[in-house]
Design a protein around this ligand. Structure first.
Ligand SMILES: Cc1cc2nc3c(=O)[nH]c(=O)nc-3n(C[C@H](O)[C@H](O)[C@H](O)COP(=O)(O)OP(=O)(O)OC[C@H]3O[C@@H](n4cnc5c(N)ncnc54)[C@H](O)[C@@H]3O)c2cc1C
Length: 508
């Protein structure tokens, strides 16, 4: 099956008011002496004439609300592309890429804007928003779907349900498949469904730096396809469609949940090391430290401690009996007796799982980081020491059992027995520095116990020096070499934070 271009939709108006035109002309003069070509009205008009979607230059009065709306969280990173282009079709993406190359501007791509460090939001160049590319075509007989980059996991799984299929989307339903899959993708039932969700990509339609629409798969442009499966924010192309392998939908999803006082976190987390290896791949084991739910906030023995550790196993199988049998290592572990609240054999759906994961991760200000670790003992010690000093009580570390899944052939190469992440979250802008510094300190303490890191949730703002640890040395070198081949003019922004090492952008 080959991916074909999407439909053309209605033309948009040029989003520049009269006052903005004057500002735009002035800005063109002001930037004329700089290294980046000035953005003039002619350039904006030229691009808008070729693009069906909206083109919003920095000088437009619509620009700032539009820019802020690109970012999912409430922290609106102070970085400003020259132009935002909202693509309505693959042709719009081609026009944007050709324009960037012709005018010596760089490009980043944005689908859902969920990147916790806002890596798609860069100074200068074009921000190409592909969120409106939302096709879903399901081929039930083949167990495949062709999906646009703007489709969120919730909608994909809702539509697949009608065909008895499912896909390992992100744990929160509103995360689009695009950035999630390109960076690797820790999805629901991921250990059973590909190890990392990216290994369910069978083919993509991708616009490369030369403005060509290409297909990349194991047999067509295989090196480009290798980069697609894990290159993440370092990818040098815009993916406009994915062809995905889907899976028979489990007829029964069941969970056991234990809630522990934070004072028992170390014991309960240590129990994950015993429980995890006894579970089959179809049972996911995940733990989160979070603010105690109402009624449990006095559970800790330590004054001022009102957090809990929620440990959950989720079985993706076909019958209740099978789920209960497979989750026995969790239900029968002695740690269960220490739980302050227990829910056994809960019937779940993708929707209940999404909802339960969206509640602790609402739209706030975020800084997020992670390591992969083969053992938890040292990591637990660091988290126990750090959490009482967390500036925000809603900050949530997560432990996910991965069991070192065998990965396919792609840029996504790092894994470990456990994924150890932390979602620092807060509301007050004045608390940005305290929360970010705390997270960096904790992760620099955790890093010696790491066997790798995961690019999609790495603190690319605060720990630039760890970006390459998201890849094996061989994969890092291969990704760099492929970037030089596929994007010799460097029109695509590379990993956030690593840009200064690139040569000056050449126009052409
Ligand atoms: C609430 C929440 C829950 C999350 N849960 C999970 C989870 O369960 N598992 C997990 O693995 N991750 C999770 N994440 C992290 C998520 O995988 C990343 O934030 C991912 O980047 C989100 O995808 P996006 O399409 O919104 O990317 P964006 O933020 O829009 O873009 C990020 C980067 O991806 C690249 N990119 C995106 N689309 C394209 C494209 N079409 N072509 C080329 N490059 C592109 C660009 O380089 C861009 O800079 C979560 C994030 C949030 C906010």
């Amino acid at each position: 099956m080959s991916i074909v271009a999407g439909p053309i939709v209605a033309r948009r108006e040029l989003l520049i008011g009269a006052t903005s035109l004057i500002a735009l002309a002035a800005a063109g003069r002001a930037f004329a002496d700089g290294g980046v070509p000035p953005l003039g009205l002619d350039e904006v008009k030229t691009l808008q004439a070729k693009v069906r979607g909206a083109v919003i230059p920095r000088q437009s009065e619509f620009y700032e609300p539009w820019r802020q709306a690109m970012i999912w969280q409430t922290q609106k990173f102070p970085r400003h592309p020259d132009l935002i282009v909202q693509a309505e079709s693959v042709e719009d993406v081609v026009a944007a890429v050709n324009h960037a190359r012709a005018h010596g501007r760089r490009i980043t791509t944005r689908a859902g804007g969920h990147s916790f460090c806002g890596c798609f939001m860069r100074d200068d160049g074009l921000l190409v928003d592909v969120s409106r590319l939302q096709t879903i075509e399901i081929d039930a007989a083949r167990g495949e779907a062709i999906v646009g980059p703007g489709v969120i996991g919730r909608r994909l799984n809702e539509e697949l349900a009608a065909h008895g299929l499912a896909f390992p989307s992100a744990h929160c339903g509103m995360v689009p498949i695009s950035g999630f899959l390109l960076g690797g993708g820790l999805g629901w039932n991921g250990n059973a469904w590909g190890g990392m969700s990216t290994y369910n990509i069978l083919e993509v339609e991708i616009v490369t730096a030369d403005g060509q629409v290409r297909t990349a798969s194991e047999t067509e442009n295989p090196d480009l396809f290798w980069a697609v499966r894990g290159g993440g924010p370092g990818l040098f192309g815009v993916v406009t469609r994915f062809r995905l392998r889907c899976h028979p939908r489990p007829k029964n999803i069941r969970s056991h949940t234990f809630i522990f006082a934070f004072t028992d976190f170390a014991l309960a987390a240590a129990a994950m090391e015993e429980i995890g290896p006894k579970l089959p791949k179809t049972v996911e084991l995940i733990g989160v430290i979070t603010a105690a739910p109402p009624g449990l906030d006095k559970a800790c023995a330590v004054p001022g401690c009102d957090q809990v550790f929620i440990l959950q196993s989720v079985a993706f199988v076909d019958s209740e009996a099978e789920a209960l049998a497979l989750m026995k290592p969790m239900a029968e572990h002695p740690i269960a007796k220490k739980a302050i609240a227990t829910t056994l054999n809960q019937a779940e759906t993708f929707e209940t799982l999404y909802y339960a994961n969206e509640v602790p991760f609402p739209q706030r200000r975020y800084a997020v980081d992670n390591i992969y670790a083969d053992r938890l003992d040292k990591a637990i010690e660091v988290i126990v020491r750090a959490m009482p000093h967390a500036p925000s009580r809603v900050t949530a570390p997560v432990l996910l059992y991965k069991g070192r899944p065998a990965l396919g052939d792609g840029a996504c190469t790092t894994t470990g027995n456990f994924y150890v992440s932390c979602y620092a979250q807060w509301d007050d802008p004045a608390a940005d520095k305290a929360n970010k510094d705390w997270l960096i300190a904790m992760y620099e303490e955790l890093q010696p116990f790491a066997v790798g890191n995961y690019i999609n949730e790495l603190n690319q703002e605060g720990r630039i020096h760890r970006i390459r640890e998201c890849y094996t040395p061989e994969a890092w070198a291969k990704l760099g070499a492929l970037r030089r081949t596929w994007d010799p003019g460097r029109i695509f922004h590379t990993f956030y934070g690593l840009e200064p090492t690139l040569p000056t952008l050449a126009k052409g």
